[in-house]
Design a binder for this molecule. Structure first.
Ligand code: SAM
Length: 174
């Protein structure tokens, strides 16, 4: 059983609302089991809980942490590994083996990530060494970890789900 959590650092409530929400939604949709936000933004956490309630996977955990560094240290004490996504890291394409998803914390930043994370992560991984976005980096990394199979999972307890259509929209309720 995998245990992948995503830690979002550096959230600025006045400007990152949408992108941080997307980080959380990608975490849930692409196979992570939890999303932790450093700092607090009740609206984002409420949105994530609402999506989880309606679209399923009640096992998906989300919450806020005061101190990202303390959370990383606790994760490591619990024998988890930490992968920090950064354009300065080792390109994922050059890594002979990916980290194990058994207990993995994925750290993504916003504007600038404190040097401490580079030094304390088990892996500093670049999804290509070009600047792009925490949303794209997380999605690609989770897809590589899940080998694409995460897209075929069911979402237990869903109240609504999509019946895929070649054209048009079909959504059914329970
Ligand atoms: N200086 C940052 C960095 O280290 O990647 C770029 C800031 S970027 C706006 C915000 C976040 O997006 C970063 O903290 C990182 O998690 C993620 N990110 C952006 N480009 C990336 C890349 N090529 N590989 C991995 N993560 C990336």
């Amino acid at each position: 059983m995998n245990c992948i959590y995503v830690l979002r650092l550096g959230h600025r409530p006045e400007r990152d609302k949408r992108i941080t929400t997307h980080v959380a939604l990608v975490a849930r949709a692409f196979g992570a089991q939890g999303f932790m936000l450093e700092g607090d933004d009740r609206n984002i956490l409420a949105t994530v809980k609402d999506v989880t309630k309606r679209w399923g996977s009640k096992g998906f955990k989300s919450g806020a942490v005061n101190d990202g560094k303390a959370y990383v240290e606790k994760w490591k004490r619990g024998h988890g590994k930490v992968a920090h996504l950064t354009m300065y890291g080792l390109n994922i394409s050059s890594m002979p083996r990916l980290p194990s998803p058994k207990k993995l914390l994925i750290v993504v930043g916003a504007e600038k990530v404190d040097r401490w994370y580079y030094d304390n992560a088990d892996y500093n991984i670049a999804i290509g060494n070009q600047p792009h976005s925490e949303v794209s980096a997380l999605a690609i990394f989770l897809d590589r970890l899940g080998r694409g199979r995460e897209l075929d999972r069911g979402f237990a307890g869903a109240k609504i789900r999509i019946i895929p259509q070649k054209a048009g929209k079909k959504v059914v309720g329970r």
